[in-house]
Design a protein. Structure first.
Length: 112
């Protein structure tokens, strides 16, 4: 969901070789996925000349998003980017959903 910018090629390669990171650029996507899937706001990123500041809020904006994304993931085996997109849409009231009586059904629509 973001563009990867290497600030230190050697350090990135060292962390990868030591298995201290999965792959380049996966960290922010993972942060977005986890926060949005748990009903929390997206992190706030501020990039300066020599630093990056990431603010993560503790509050849960919409608890119902947690259950919705879990059911959608179970029904459709969502990708990481799909979970992020659904979380963003749900938090900005651009998505409505319902879970009918049948547990195997999930219905949602994107507001126009």
């Amino acid at each position: 969901m973001h563009t990867t910018v290497r600030r230190n090629e050697h350090l990135a390669r060292l962390f990868h070789d030591l298995r201290l990171m999965e792959r380049e650029g996966s960290g922010y996507d993972k942060i977005f996925e986890v926060l949005l899937s748990h009903g929390r706001p997206a992190p706030e990123l501020v990039e300066g000349h020599d630093r990056v500041q990431v603010t993560i809020r503790r509050r849960i904006l919409k608890p119902e998003i947690i259950d919705f994304i879990a059911k959608a993931d179970e029904a459709f085996q969502l990708t990481q980017r799909e979970r992020i997109a659904l979380g963003l849409l749900a938090q900005h009231d651009a998505l409505t959903w319902s879970c009918p009586q049948r547990p195997d059904m999930l219905r949602f629509e994107i507001a126009s």
